[in-house]
Design a binder for this molecule. Structure first.
Ligand code: SF4
Length: 241
């Protein structure tokens, strides 16, 4: 059984250059102050795995990738493993979006060839445990994200690293610290506009967003350290800096 958060049958936004089905897994060990998918953090909608396998099989002529999102997909690692294996055997590319909270599972999936692209959040500089704790509501996250990043940098799948920015929380100083830490990284670094209206009640009043120009400037700063930088904004979608 999979505790399912929802499905997008065909998306051109979630896997670079591909049409992908997006499967959202319910549940997450973190409680990020700005979580855009907070409706998926709790609750239960149990679905048989074969129902999803059938859906993947029916869609496979029209899509070329599956993206597992959430919530945190690695929280339900056993059904995820079986579903990812099924999708891989159906000839589809596999993308997994993660907070990096489960490094051993990233390592295991990578070694089994069940990741083609990992979309990994780095929510704050990894030197700033206090800020990471403030954002995620948990104390033990940085050590795990560092281990996940280490696995991902040494694996043979593609890696996209993402940072969501909010004024007074994660801005140009933090983006520069993350980008300089990533110096020489050959994947894609994406700076995402944080949208206060999408945050859960416990975060809403504490958050304020940046303008397009401010986010673009962060992209320029990051591109001093990382070759391929993109920004994702409400105004212009995803663009290369
Ligand atoms: S890790 Fe992602 S899904 Fe989990 S609380 Fe944070 S933003 Fe939400």
């Amino acid at each position: 059984m999979i505790n399912l958060g929802g499905i997008i049958d065909a998306s051109t936004l979630d896997y670079p250059g591909k049409v992908a089905m997006v499967i959202f897994f319910r549940g997450c060990p973190l409680r990020c102050i700005y979580c855009h998918n907070h409706r998926l953090l709790n609750g239960e909608d149990l679905v048989e795995e074969h129902t999803l396998e059938q859906k993947i099989q029916d869609a496979s002529p029209f899509i070329s990738a599956i993206v597992f999102s959430g919530g945190e997909p690695f929280l339900q690692s056993e059904p995820l493993l079986r579903l990812a294996s099924f999708a891989k055997n159906s000839g589809l590319l596999l993308g997994i979006e993660t907070s990096g909270y489960y490094p051993d599972r990233i390592n295991e999936f990578g070694k089994k060839g069940l990741i083609d692209t990992l979309f990994l959040d780095i929510k704050a500089p990894l030197s700033n445990t206090r800020l990471y704790e403030l954002i995620t509501g948990r104390k033990d996250v940085v050590r795990r994200v560092k281990a996940s990043l280490d696995h991902a940098l040494h694996a043979d799948f593609d890696l996209e690293i993402r940072t969501t920015v909010f004024r007074g929380l994660v801005g140009s100083e933090e983006v520069e610290a993350i980008a300089s830490f990533l110096s020489g990284f050959r994947g894609t670094y994406v700076i995402q506009e944080g949208v206060p209206d999408l945050a859960p009640e416990y975060g809403k009043g504490k958050l304020s967003g940046f303008s397009y120009d401010e986010i673009r400037e962060m992209g320029v700063i990051a591109s001093r350290y990382v070759d391929r930088v993109m920004i994702r904004t409400k105004e212009k979608g995803l663009e290369v800096v």
